[in-house]
Design a binder for this molecule. Structure first.
Ligand code: HEC
Length: 121
């Protein structure tokens, strides 16, 4: 087999493997934050899973507060300044502790869910 051709072939292959799609261009961000009819299961629990359960999950060893699960979440919202913690109001320990403030959309989604009556939906 012709060695030069083979090397050329590999070179071309390696070029094509460097092609990548830009997610932003393929799926333009139509950035509106949908806070109508927020769902505990589809919206709230996933946010808290990503941001909070590492410290506040069931049987954690970091915090006295566990709010993994609907009932426990409703209970901590009733007893602690939950929104104040994620909005970083002064006098409340800023959450997530040691991490960045949540994106506005996530804060707004949680607030909307609370205002919509904390539905177990
Ligand atoms: C890195 C660990 C960690 C993460 C992540 C974290 N917390 Fe906390 N959180 C703590 C600790 C520690 C406390 C202090 C109380 C305690 O020791 O249990 C606390 C306290 C709180 C309190 C009570 C605040 C007060 O002033 O008494 C709330 C409400 C709270 N967290 C909500 C959240 C929410 C909501 C998230 C996710 C968005 C979150 N936390 C993420 C560790 C964490």
């Amino acid at each position: 087999m012709n060695v030069k051709l083979c090397v050329l072939g590999l070179f071309i292959l390696s070029l094509s493997s460097c092609y990548y799609d830009s997610e932003d261009k393929l799926y333009p961000i139509t950035s509106t934050c949908d806070t109508l009819n927020v769902s505990y299961t589809n919206d709230i629990n996933p946010i808290l899973q990503n941001r909070c359960y590492s410290c506040h999950g069931n049987n954690n060893t970091v915090s006295v507060y566990e709010f993994e699960g609907y009932t426990d979440l409703v209970a901590i919202i009733a007893s602690q300044n939950f929104l104040g913690a994620i909005k970083r109001v002064s006098g409340v320990i800023a959450m997530p502790q040691g991490g960045d403030k949540l994106p506005d959309c996530e804060i707004n989604t949680i607030e909307a869910w609370i205002n919509q009556g904390k539905k177990n939906n």
